[in-house]
Design a protein around this ligand. Structure first.
Ligand code: MN
Length: 469
């Protein structure tokens, strides 16, 4: 295979294709932050944007080139003088000489003879690289294979693949191109991009490495962290079942699966979660079996008898049958009931809270919590009702639990003004342990408060059990 031992060049276009995702609007400063993250990840080339579109875009690209990044920085330009002038205004390009990658828009739907003519002509005038874009994701892996072989044979230039995901084939098409002799793939973090998006960087890199044994410069253990950062910055949520980076990609609930995983992770995990910077997690619920629940409890140092374990499993299944998702705090509370041990109880109980909010008024929250036989009341103001409520809770519980919020995420599950809101919070304790909790409900503030309480109680429970061990 042509160049099968050479490293595949990873060209990230999150800041250009990804930024064109409907609903995304980021500042020049955020673009710079993302570029720095991409560089840390080990990306070979970053497409920083499209200089001619706006002043802000030019400023962002200019600032990215000033960061001293290892990655090569590129800007998109149409083949017109004004675009090229805008692109070469960037100082880095001037200093280092401009490299040109010629891209033939909609190459995969173009007449083959004409496409060959165009690529031959630009190769003859000295472009450095060619790009084959599957602009509307219309190609098949077989078509790409032949196309790349033909163009490589005619031009002998390095080739990049740029695949869109309209039929869910972007990653497969990119890999097909690489196997046929392309040297580079344009990819985006989380598969962001217009319509169905572009080839996902995470999926492409991991498939390339694990399934095809190809090398690259990406530090795979940073993939998840980078994905979360881009998702938060661009405000586009990753679907839970997305390969590699989705929340559920290394989560297990089914009894058969958790049993298999406990005996040998390879049974139901194709790669170890640590390879992409993740951790395996197990979920209690109606599909969970005794082995999974036992393993979850053991991670807290809890070893119920066989009879107790049976009762715990049954109780949590009954609760799950009522449509409730079983959080770790809930599982431990059930365990406490069954084992008659109050150590498992929630450390903080929410008595009540109320919020005042509106226009021309400072959002204020008053919260009453009960812990260790006493009531504690706190009030706080915030930028909005959720902020005020979470601050008030932290005022009471934060000191005892020594935690801070690392991430707060609000998703609407259904449409309409009565949509079900899902809140996920991640809190970090002083030892750097991160726990997450979720809650769903029609009231955004209530769901947020309950998720926060759950997270705090989880931290406290872990403290009790880990300090014991
Ligand atoms: Mn594109």
């Amino acid at each position: 295979m042509l160049g099968a031992d050479s490293k595949v060049r990873i060209f990230d276009t999150t800041l250009r294709d990804g930024e064109q995702t409907p609903g995304v609007s980021i500042t020049p400063e955020q673009k710079v932050e993302i570029a720095i993250k991409l560089d840390e990840l080990g990306i070979d080339a970053i497409e920083a944007g499209f200089p001619v579109v706006s002043h802000g875009e030019t400023v962002a690209i200019k600032n990215i080139t000033k960061q001293g990044l290892k990655a090569e920085i590129c800007g998109l330009a149409r083949a017109v003088k004004s675009d090229l002038d805008a692109a070469i205004k960037v100082e880095y390009a001037k200093k280092h000489g401009v490299q040109v990658e010629f891209s033939a828009e909609d190459a995969t739907r173009s007449d083959r003879a004409f496409l060959n003519e165009v690529f031959t002509a630009v190769a003859n005038v000295g472009v450095d690289r060619l790009d084959i874009p599957d602009t509307v994701g219309y190609a098949t892996p077989q078509y790409i294979e032949q196309l790349v072989k033909d163009i490589k044979a005619i031009t002998r230039l390095p080739i990049s693949m740029h695949c869109h995901d309209d039929f869910g084939l972007a990653v497969a098409n990119s890999i097909s191109g690489i196997n046929a002799g392309a040297d580079c793939a344009h990819v985006t973090i989380n598969g962001l991009g217009e319509r169905a998006g572009n080839a996902s960087l995470e999926e492409f890199v991991m498939a390339l490495q694990c399934l095809y044994g190809r090398k690259h410069n990406v530090k795979t253990e940073l993939l998840y962290e980078t994905s979360v950062f881009v998702s938060n910055t661009m405000g586009i949520i990753v679907q839970p079942n997305k390969a590699i980076i989705g929340e559920n990609a290394f989560g297990h609930e089914s009894g058969i699966h958790t049993h298999g995983i406990i005996n040998n992770p390879l049974t139901y995990e194709p790669i170890s979660p640590e390879l992409v910077g993740r951790k395996r997690w197990m979920q209690a619920g109606k599909h969970a079996g005794a082995h999974g629940i036992k393993a979850m409890l053991e991670s807290f140092g809890i070893t119920p008898t066989e009879k107790e374990l049976y009762d715990i499993v049954e109780k949590q299944k009954n609760l799950a049958d009522k449509g409730k998702s079983i959080t770790t705090a809930e599982l431990l509370s059930i365990t406490g009931d069954v084992m008659h041990n109050n150590k498992f109880e929630e450390k903080f109980k929410l008595y009540d809270f109320h919020i005042v909010t509106g226009m021309n008024i400072i959002p204020t929250a008053v919260v009453r919590l009960h812990t260790e036989g006493k009531d504690y009341i706190a009030s706080e103001i915030g930028v909005g009702p959720v902020d005020a409520a979470l601050k008030a809770i932290q005022k009471i519980a934060g000191e005892m639990a020594n935690i801070k919020i690392r991430e707060y995420r609000l998703d609407s599950i259904t449409g309409g003004s009565d949509a079900l809101a899902e809140v996920s919070v991640k809190v970090q304790d002083k030892n750097g342990n991160v726990v997450s909790a979720r809650n769903a409900g029609e009231d955004v503030v209530v769901a947020s408060v309950q998720a926060m309480m759950d997270a705090i109680n989880k931290v406290m429970l872990q403290k009790v059990f880990y300090s014991k061990n």
